[in-house]
Design a protein around this ligand. Sequence first.
Ligand code: BTN
Length: 314
Amino acid sequence: MKADILNILRSRDGVISGEAIREQLDISRVSVWKHIQKLQQAGYTIESTPKGYRLIDSPDIPYPWEFKEKEFLIHYFPEIESTMDTARDLARNGCAPFTVVVADRQKNGRGRMKRVWVSEAGGLYMTIVLRPQVPLSYGMRHMFAVSVVLCRVIREWTGVDARVKWPNDILVDGQKLCGMLSEMETEADMVYYLNVGIGVNVNNDPPTDEPNCCSLRQLTGRSWSRKDLLSRFMTALKDYLSHMDLGQVVSDWKTLSSTPGKPVRIVMPDQTVEGIAIDVDDTGGLIIELADGIRKTILFGDCFEQHEPATHHP
Ligand code: BTN
């Protein structure tokens, strides 16, 4: 009903009477008024005069009813511990693929390699549940697909020169705009769910103790709608995955990548290595050439390109 009322209000420039809304939705005047009040409480600025109602402004909050036919996929929280935990519960309970848990703030946001992901208001913090019907070894390609899609959406929508960095960061001019974290469970060697947690610095100021981070607002000098970004991303991801050729994903990723050819330092849980990033293989492993000319394929770690200082690890 909230979506229906908003549609009616948005289809009018001026005031629309409560009677006209009542008639279109076949509900009582009192019910119209109650829904309008609920929308006002949710942050919508709706002018109410004796002549009727006028929508002045909508908050940039990813309420499920803002997502049309995708409404049932969206689980929105103003504040949450981590979207990863809630998405895991939903995935284990059999939720539909493309279910999204999204929050305005996280009290316990997690990054890769056991880092904290500071999640202040203004950023987009979400976990999307994917259910690719593939063996475990193909899971990483789906992570690459998510990076490709989000990077393309950001480039096309905002015009910033976003690039992917191995394994799944999105950078602009070497500064981190977005980080991703995955969690997967398998059943008889097939992926049961692949949850991808994504933090995008949209209108927030990333913490200054995290070197080399940026937000869309800092890059462009204006705010961007988090709900539009989420909606565009969901549509594009569904489209990409439904036409995806598994062999093509890594080459799509490479066309957007800033990593190959660069001197890199790779921080893994148990060791750090330095070398030149040569290529990414078909499964998503990063091939680097060490100082002695030996090539090594890295499957898990954090990659710092030469100009980047390494972040601190606990
Ligand atoms: C990284 O670059 O270290 C990955 C950061 C991933 C952050 C996102 S924000 C939404 C989701 N929930 C979390 O707790 N983490 C991910």
